[in-house]
Design a protein around this ligand. Structure first.
Ligand SMILES: Nc1ncnc2c1ncn2[C@@H]1O[C@H](COP(=O)(O)OP(=O)(O)O)[C@@H](O)[C@H]1O
Ligand SMILES: [Mg+2]
Length: 510
């Protein structure tokens, strides 16, 4: 029989009556890469947090290399050879790589060893797996991808032979993802056992040996990844039904420039330059996708474009209207709609009921108001229609927004902004956190909005999504526009711009 690095049996983990894991079985073969696939909220992180000793399960057993183990703390997990890299890194930014590693080790062995010696060992590990990490760089000087490699290096240095990686590629460009996968393969061939949490089917198909699918906290199945496994099959397991991935091509060419951004300069919350001479035209009937590694000025741009952040310089023109530094209400009244990134603080009136949140921007107009009175029936009908279309899970329209789960709150905002027939729609991560079915619906809605002649800017960390939706893709890095690519662009080319390589002045095409 094949040796199992990990065996989890009948794991149940409950958070205030929610079964995040419901009697889940999971086995990781030694020397393999095992994908853990599922939609948002399926229970993937919880299952791995149980294995890493961050949570204690209500029921079920864990076996490490065949022996039953009580993993009651991360320290225990580390002593069993388990390492975990979370979605949010836990590095001390002012310190160097080697200092960070030694901080971690202090808690393990209780003594500090010589820095030089540690740095040398790290260098050896980094070279062995082609990670290119300099032990003496300061964390803040490193790119997100490099920081992630430091986390993995730390786990390896602490002796991990079982690595749990929670959505590691979410922050990587396509190039970085490829290099990262090479590293993972090398580690596997070296006998390490790796769990790769992801919701990206392409990654499962590209790299894993086996995949386990979770849905609503339950284990749906484990598959051996041979050629016969298809994307459709995995989707069906993940979502519980078929999902269409193909949209109709945009047949209508974009029209005149609707939203003209010229030399925009703005600072972020810390007063540091976040947008540097950013210029872009968005035409009517066009979706411009904005690609970039998170935190390169995307959010500031969206805020500036909706009146939420002041401009230091530059001009925004909507048709013939000068918009720069007008209040948000001015943008709204001129048809600029916004799907914000942080939907909790800027999106909803949490204590108001859902029906009212849905018509927040048009409650004074027909059909919702007549002769100055709210028309209850029209509002209720509208709520019912919208709830069905966006699959909003709520008891009734009279519930407060606060009572909904995060994903369902998002759907209410999306519905409100998209249904208000915008002239300009600024959508920041419109499908983040949504399940596959709802995300698909939202994408279709964005395409319909374009079909109605709106100018759209869609910010997304998901390149697949941008490629699918956009007429053109603009790339931002360090607050600067790196270049604009036409529909059908090569993801690698986008990746290069995302890493800060500026596009050469456009070449003449034959
Ligand atoms: N610390 C926690 N407290 C309360 N509920 C939690 C906690 N962690 C996760 N959950 C809930 O457990 C479920 C599974 O979450 P999670 O494991 O994070 O899913 P995934 O990683 O697949 O997106 C979700 O409904 C989530 O809201
Ligand atoms: Mg998770």
């Amino acid at each position: 029989m094949e040796e199992l690095a990990v065996k989890m049996q009948g794991i149940t983990k409950i958070f205030n009556q929610v079964k995040a894991n419901d009697c889940v079985d999971f086995s990781l073969r030694k020397g393999s890469i095992h994908g853990l696939l599922g939609e948002n909220g399926a229970g993937k992180t919880t299952l791995m947090n149980v294995l890493y000793g961050l949570y204690q399960q209500e029921a079920g057993d864990i076996f490490i290399h065949g022996a039953k183990a009580e993993v009651d703390s991360p320290l225990k997990a580390i002593s069993l050879g388990i390492g975990m890299v979370h979605q949010h890194f836990m590095l001390a930014r002012p310190l160097t790589v080697v200092e960070n590693v030694m901080l971690g080790r202090k808690s393990r062995r209780g003594i500090l060893l010589d820095t030089k010696e540690t740095a040398r060992e790290l260098q050896t590990l980094s070279d062995k797996y082609g990670m290119g990490v300099d032990p003496y760089s300061k964390i803040w000087q490193l790119s997100v991808g490099e920081q992630q490699r430091v986390e993995i290096l730390t786990a390896l240095y602490m002796g991990a032979d079982i690595l749990l990686l929670d959505e590691p590629t979410a922050v990587l460009t396509p190039q970085e993802t490829n290099l990262f996968f090479d590293t993972l393969r090398q580690m596997r061939d070296d006998g390490k056992s790796i769990v790769l949490i992801t919701h990206k089917l392409e990654e499962i198909i590209a790299i894993v040996d086996e995949v386990t699918v979770l849905r609503d906290g339950k284990m749906i199945g484990t598959l051996n990844m041979d050629e016969s496994v298809t994307k459709d099959q995995l989707t069906r397991m993940m979502v519980g039904r078929d999902v269409l991935f193909n949209f109709k091509e945009n047949t209508r060419a974009p029209g005149a420039v609707r939203y003209c951004l010229k030399n925009l300069c703005a600072r972020n919350a810390k007063g540091v330059a976040a947008l540097k001479n950013f210029s872009l035209d968005i035409r009517e009937g066009e979706i411009v996708g904005l690609a970039g590694v998170d935190g390169n000025g995307q959010s500031e741009l969206c805020e500036v474009l909706t009146g939420l952040r002041p401009l230091d310089a530059g001009e925004i023109t909507l048709d013939d209207e000068k918009m720069a530094n007008r209040p948000p209400a001015y943008f709204i009244s001129h048809g600029v709609c916004h799907i914000p990134e942080d939907r909790h603080t800027t999106g909803l009136a949490m204590n108001w009921d859902l029906e009212l949140n849905l018509i927040l921007k048009c409650f004074y107009k027909a059909p919702f108001a007549k002769h100055g009175l709210l028309c209850k029936k029209a509002i209720e009908e509208y709520w019912e229609k919208t709830r069905a279309a966006y699959q909003i899970k709520a008891n009734c329209g009279g519930d407060t927004a606060r009572s909904l789960s995060g994903g369902n709150q998002q759907k209410v905002i999306l519905a409100r902004e998209i249904e208000s027939e915008p002239k300009v729609l600024i959508a920041n991560q419109p499908t983040r956190g949504l399940d596959v079915g709802a995300a698909e619906y939202v994408r279709q809605k964005l395409l319909n909005t374009r079909g109605n002649g709106a100018a759209l800017l869609v910010v997304s960390a998901d390149l697949e999504e941008l490629l699918q939706l956009s007429d053109r893709i603009a790339v931002i890095y360090g607050g600067e526009l790196m270049g604009i690519l036409e529909r059908g662009a090569d993801p690698y080319q986008i990746g290069e711009l995302m890493m800060g390589k500026k596009q050469e002045v456009s070449v003449c095409e034959a």
